[in-house]
Write a protein that binds this ligand. Structure first.
Ligand code: RB5
Length: 145
């Protein structure tokens, strides 16, 4: 299952992404926000991050205006590696090398066409493991110090 969330700045793009996930046959759960009214991005960043960190969801997608505030918020939760991506190369590499478990997008930065391609790339690319697993483990070590 994919956990998805946004603030008001990402609300419209979240609707597009959910339609896209549905058409592609992905199971997902919407953690809000549920209207275009102004709200606070850390609330939704944390909700999706907790769902992923707790194992309820395998991956997460978060959207705010820039993708910055919501990714910073998600990365405060232990076990979360949220990657803000504005291109498909970064989305591919953050899966292959960082085993990113949340994709963050900036709805006011990206057009919907590119955003959907980034989502597809993120969801279909596997972690390479090997030397990258050691580096990801070093990231986890930071959380434990
Ligand atoms: C909301 O106006 C905006 O600050 C938010 O969507 C996001 O861009 C924060 O990083």
């Amino acid at each position: 299952m994919i956990a998805i969330g946004s603030d008001h700045g990402g609300f419209a793009l979240k609707q597009e992404i959910m339609k896209h996930l549905e058409a592609a046959g992905y199971a997902y759960k919407d953690y809000g926000t549920y209207t275009a009214d102004s709200c606070d991005y850390p609330v939704y960043g944390e909700r999706v991050a907790r769902a992923v960190a707790g194992g309820e969801a395998e991956r997460g997608i978060l959207i705010c205006g820039t993708g910055i505030g919501i990714s910073i918020s998600a990365n405060k939760v232990k076990g979360i590696r949220a990657a803000l991506c504005g291109d498909c190369y970064s989305a591919e590499m953050t899966r292959r090398h960082n085993d990113a478990n949340i994709l963050a997008l900036g709805a006011r930065v990206l057009g919907p066409g590119l955003a959907l391609k980034i989502v597809d790339t993120f969801l279909t690319t596997e972690f390479e493991g090997g030397r990258h697993a050691r580096r990801v483990a070093l990231i986890s070590d930071i959380e434990n110090r």
